[in-house]
Design a protein around this ligand. Structure first.
Ligand code: APR
Length: 320
């Protein structure tokens, strides 16, 4: 049986890391697409040349032609511009919306059956626009945000509690921005919810609040340190986790920016919610009950996403 084909649209910092991880994990053959001539070809060749030492079997190539992604099983989209210090994800909207148009059309024409994972920011609006431009089924077009946000939350919690990250679960809802909603009562250390750990005296509410804020600011913290771009190792790893869940029909329970059609009281918006990912893409959205406070935070986050979608429609009236 032929190996799966993974198309990476955008061969920048995240795209290159995605290609490396996909090859190391032998998820399939990798095609890197980018408008920058030489970049995808160079990265593909460089990673292929690491193959003999790593011992992976995966073919890698780079291209400027959408025809080369034909029949891809998975497309991961990072095309666009990243943040610089002082910029919010929302500042990228105008430029990246145009990029989503060409990418959506390119994928729909050449890989209409692919599972599409969007990473380009501002995420919740860009994945919505990408789906609109591509016309592909909603369950096959999804945004990567929650896996990354919850990984950041898990990392900070493991530092606070001094335990293995493997034993920390975390739950993050809402848009991928300053309004995201880390849910403490569904986040656990070895199955013990965070509020119980506060009651037990293992941490304090103040420390927990600071961790939640650091999670919300996780992307900006990296931008501030790097100065020339935004995070790429953890975003790439998170998207690869989603791609693997699809390719191997793992039925993973992962928080993603998924299209809500009735779930969480939303109609027609992409926002971060718990999902099940398997061979049918987004197979289920887990519509949990929120407390009054959580609902208020979620509504605030959804309103921010709605504002961005409205801005997209104003910039490109074909989306209205
Ligand atoms: N089609 C294909 N590729 C494009 C296009 C386009 N229309 N426009 C830009 N690109 C390419 C650039 O040439 C560049 O190689 O997208 C790549 C983006 O790479 P980086 O600038 O290194 O950005 P990266 O850090 O990978 O982040 C990409 O993901 O997390 C988000 O906010 C981040 O929106 C940003 C995206």
């Amino acid at each position: 049986m032929a190996r799966p084909k993974i198309a990476l649209i955008g061969a920048g910092q995240i795209g290159g890391t995605l290609a490396h991880l996909a090859a190391l994990k032998e998820l399939g053959d990798v095609v890197l697409f980018d408008i920058a001539e030489g970049t995808p070809e160079g990265k593909a060749l460089d990673i292929a040349e690491s193959g003999p030492s790593e011992g992976f079997d995966a073919a890698l190539s780079g291209t400027q032609s959408y025809e080369d992604i034909a029949g891809a099983d998975v497309c991961i989209v990072t095309a666009g511009v990243p943040r610089k210090p002082g910029m919010s994800r929302d500042d990228l909207l105008g430029i990246n919306l145009k990029v989503m148009k060409s990418v959506g059309e390119g994928i729909a024409a050449n890989a209409p059956d692919a599972f599409v994972i969007c990473i380009t920011n501002p995420l919740d609006a860009m994945v919505w626009a990408l789906r609109e431009f591509s016309g592909m089924p909603h369950n096959k077009v999804v945004g990567m945000a929650g896996v990354l946000d919850s990984a950041r939350f898990r990392h900070f919690l493991s530092l606070e509690f001094g335990v293995s990250m493997r034993d920390v679960t975390a739950f993050v809802l809402g848009g991928h921005g300053d309004t995201m909603v880390p849910l403490a009562r569904y986040s656990t250390i070895g199955g013990i919810p965070l509020p119980d750990l506060v009651k037990m005296g293992w941490t304090t509410q103040e420390k927990l609040d600071a961790i939640i804020q650091r999670t919300r600011d996780g992307g900006a913290e990296i931008v501030g340190l790097l100065k020339t771009g935004s995070a790429f190792y953890a975003p790439a790893t998170s998207a690869i986790e989603m791609a693997e869940a699809y390719l191997k029909d793992q039925k993973r329970v992962l928080p993603c920016a998924a299209y809500c059609d009735g779930e969480f009281g939303l109609n027609g918006f992409y926002v971060g919610v718990p999902t099940v990912i398997g061979a049918d893409g987004i197979e289920k959205i887990i519509d949990i009950n929120l407390s009054k406070d959580e609902q208020a935070m979620f509504d605030n986050s959804v309103n921010a996403v709605k504002g961005l979608v409205k801005a997209c429609k104003e910039i490109d009236p074909t989306l209205a």
